[in-house]
Ligand binder design. Structure first.
Ligand code: SF4
Length: 220
């Protein structure tokens, strides 16, 4: 990939929610608020300040910047816990000792299984691994309303999916093509529904143009 522009790693999650949504956000800088996005922003406030706190044997870093040149991703981790462990390693930003890093991503609402959240979290861990040469075997999602954590094993399947998604996003960025809408149950809660217009039939002119140029094809 010649273009080495970095992509926000939260788009990993957006892409799995809907490819078109990721395209509208990344290529057209579109944004729309919904009840979910407003709640999410409000509930995230206390982890969106860069800070370091010590809680017993655990050092809690909030709003930590991460980057992966390999995957062309950058972003922020809500929380990274540094846990003192013998099999860990030393980090330049931590006091003396050996630590294992454990990212925790905050999500609004109640405990639930969302593949896209797991991949976003895995991408954060992979960025940290690339930055510091460490190994992060697991991480957690924290659901704010139910105040519960769900631990996620960062296995090869998730890691492969993150790499593939990062590649698809980089390709979309290089092609500058927003995928066509595919109406689904997810559109009901999508904050970009008004902009996206998933139920409006495609015009004959745009259909022919798409056939000619491959513009907006869904196999991005
Ligand atoms: S409205 Fe539906 S098709 Fe359009 S971006 Fe949202 S989820 Fe995707």
């Amino acid at each position: 990939m010649e273009n080495d522009e970095l992509i926000p790693l939260s788009y990993i999650s957006q892409y799995h929610y809907c490819k078109r949504r990721a395209g509208l956000l990344m290529l057209e800088q579109q944004w729309g608020e919904s009840t979910d996005t407003v709640k999410g922003t409000a509930e995230h406030q206390h982890v969106h300040t860069t800070d370091v706190n010590v809680r017993g044997d655990v050092i809690v870093l909030t709003d930590m910047c991460v980057i992966s040149k390999e995957m062309q991703l950058f972003g922020r981790c809500d929380v990274v816990e540094a846990r003192k462990e013998r099999q860990g390693m030393c980090f330049p930003f931590l006091p003396e000792g050996r630590y294992v890093l454990y990212p925790v991503e905050y999500k609004h609402g109640k405990l639930r299984i969302e593949r896209e959240y797991e991949l976003q979290l895995c991408a954060q861990a992979m960025c940290l691994e690339e930055m510091y040469g460490c190994s992060i075997p697991k991480a957690a999602l924290f659901f704010i309303s139910s105040h519960r954590r769900k631990e996620i094993l960062l296995d090869d399947t998730r890691r492969d999916e993150v790499r593939q998604t990062a590649g698809s996003l980089a390709q979309m960025l290089a092609d500058q093509k927003v995928p066509r809408p595919v109406a689904s149950a997810r559109c009901i809660r999508c904050s970009l529904k008004e902009i996206c217009q998933p139920d409006v039939p495609e015009s004959a002119e745009s259909y022919l143009k798409r056939l000619e140029t491959g513009w907006g094809s869904d196999d991005v």
